[in-house]
Design a protein around this ligand. Structure first.
Ligand code: DC
Length: 223
């Protein structure tokens, strides 16, 4: 049985990370959350008050920032050895990350890192440009999406569970629509469905059901 590379792309709130994590656990693959890497750089830029318009400052920050994903029992994210796993989910980071992810220098660094991490195969990466840019040769590409209403509801419930009640469902729908537009309309590596991707709309599916679909698609290609 050969271990394959799996690319899962799609808009915010489609459940990519939860589904990818669950499917990776079931098939014994490594899960790589590329969105967390963009969030980690954004966290560092906010902390260092880097002006994102200043190309030199952005490059200097990238040269001195190491992003490490630790996978295993608990997935942790580190920036220069500081554990930022929770901090990168804060609204300040979420509000800025689409702008940071649109910067060419940031994408260049992170795409290279992601390709190195995925080189051995037996990996599931989720993001926006995995099937189109990071792993165009992936044996399985999935474009995972859901209606804006379902995606907003999921994100809102997630926030509520974490004890945050600052956003209304309507605000969340608006935020998701704005992020969809920014991620799809940016010049470099916009969110786009690869021509050879399997399109999965999970508006009416549970997390388990979506993971079942992904695991079946993996099994079909492992032989
Ligand atoms: O999946 P997420 O919400 O954690 O992603 C955070 C941001 O990073 C999102 O605005 C899109 C961007 N992103 C990207 O541009 N390319 C990727 N491969 C992954 C995420």
């Amino acid at each position: 049985m050969k271990k394959i590379s799996v690319a899962i792309d799609g808009p915010a709130g489609a459940g990519k990370s939860s589904v990818a994590k669950l499917a990776a656990k079931r098939v014994g693959y490594l899960y790589i959350d590329t969105g967390a890497m963009y969030r980690a750089i954004t966290w560092q830029m906010l902390r260092k008050k880097t002006d994102i318009q200043d190309e030199g400052a952005v490059r200097r920050l990238l040269d001195t920032t190491d992003v490490v994903l630790e996978t295993g029992n608990a997935d942790r994210v580190f920036v220069n050895a500081a554990d930022v796993t929770d901090a990168i989910r804060e609204p300040e980071v979420t509000g800025q990350v689409s702008a940071v992810a649109a910067l060419a220098a940031v994408r260049q660094k992170l795409v290279q890192l992601q390709q190195q991490m995925a080189a051995a195969g037996g990996v599931i990466l989720d993001g926006r440009d995995i099937g189109t840019v990071v792993l165009p040769q992936a044996e399985l590409k999935v474009f995972l999406t859901a209606s804006i209403a379902s995606r907003a509801r999921r994100r809102w419930l997630e926030m509520k569970e974490r004890g945050r009640k600052t956003t209304t469902l309507a605000d969340m729908e608006r935020d998701i629509a704005v992020r969809d537009r920014m991620d799809s309309e940016r010049e470099i590596s916009p969110l786009r469905e690869a021509e050879d991707a399997v399109h999965v709309d999970n508006s009416d599916m549970t997390l388990e059901e979506t993971a079942d679909v992904i695991c079946r698609l993996i099994a079909e290609r492992e032989v």
